[in-house]
Design a binder for this molecule. Structure first.
Ligand SMILES: [Mg+2]
Length: 288
């Protein structure tokens, strides 16, 4: 019998696992699922690496975009398809891919063989599946208070977004093709942080969409953020990425990768450059 990994990283893991797992077993009757409920990132990585060593035929990952991102990075450039069960706050990947946001319903939609290859991105070698940002938006993710997020969900990002814009004067400038920037959002998927900001995005075309903002004036930044938040199509530039894009900066900048806060310092290379790469069709995912 083939083996598959069933991994859940969310609150009340075991209780929430029962019904999705039962439905998956119905549709994937020839797969024996190894269950994994990691307590931290190290355990999660170990589970996926062990599953790869065993030669599993699929990996089911239940959790938020952060969990999905880590698992996707580990499955990048393998033939092991990823099945996503949305169990997070935003679930941008599931929203973009038309996966039902209820994990039980999602579990019953997947069938063997309905798999497609999608692109992944990387920032100085660290993989992302959905999106990344540099500057003001990334600072907002850095400022999110985990306790507040537990209480009010994605509205915690709205609060930290306002805080980030108010402090935008102190954000260091970075450059892209000699153009000064304070903010870059790049997305592989249609949905960005719960908003369908890039509806024309194709997750498997070898390119990503991005938008830049070149001012740290608070009013200008507020107006720009408002256009993005309210999805004022045509009022902000949407550009298509190259396979390799290099951003340069002198001071540490804030970076966000699939909703996770990273300081430029932690992924810095000698030349103080941020290299974003598009890895075309490097990950296989189940679609509904
Ligand atoms: Mg694309």
């Amino acid at each position: 019998m083939k083996q598959g990994l069933f991994l859940l990283n969310c609150k009340d893991k075991q209780r929430r696992a029962d019904e999705p797992l039962r439905r998956l077993k119905q549709n994937f009757s020839d797969v024996e699922f190894i269950e994994s409920y990691p307590n931290d990132i190290e355990e999660l990585i170990h589970s996926v690496e062990e599953a790869k060593r065993l030669g599993v035929c699929m990996v089911v990952a239940g959790g938020g975009d952060g969990t999905i991102s880590v698992v996707a990075g580990l499955l990048n450039e393998t033939d092991i398809p990823l099945l996503v069960l949305p169990m997070g706050t935003v679930n941008a990947f599931a929203r973009s891919m038309g996966i039902p946001l209820d994990p039980v319903e999602a579990a019953s939609h997947f069938i063997p063989g309905r798999v497609r290859a999608v692109d992944m991105g990387s920032v100085n070698g660290r993989f992302f599946l959905c999106f990344m940002s540099i500057g003001i938006d990334a600072l907002a993710v850095h400022l999110v208070d985990k306790r507040v997020k537990k209480k009010i969900g994605k509205f915690a990002y709205v609060l930290s977004g306002i805080r980030s814009i108010v402090s935008s004067r102190s954000i260091p400038c970075f450059e892209f093709e000699k153009r000064p920037c304070y903010h870059c959002i790049m997305s592989n998927v249609r949905n960005y942080a719960g908003i369908d900001m890039f509806p024309e995005n194709d997750v498997g075309d070898g390119a990503m969409l991005y938008t830049l903002h070149g001012s740290n004036n608070i009013i200008a930044t507020l107006l720009w953020a408002r256009k993005l938040a309210f999805n004022k199509r045509g009022e902000y530039d949407v550009l298509t990425s190259e396979k390799n894009m290099v951003f340069e900066c002198d001071a540490p900048v804030h970076i966000q990768i699939d909703g996770e806060a990273v300081l430029f310092d932690t992924i810095v290379d000698a030349k103080k450059t941020i290299t974003v790469r598009v890895h075309e069709k490097s990950l296989k995912v189940f679609c509904t």
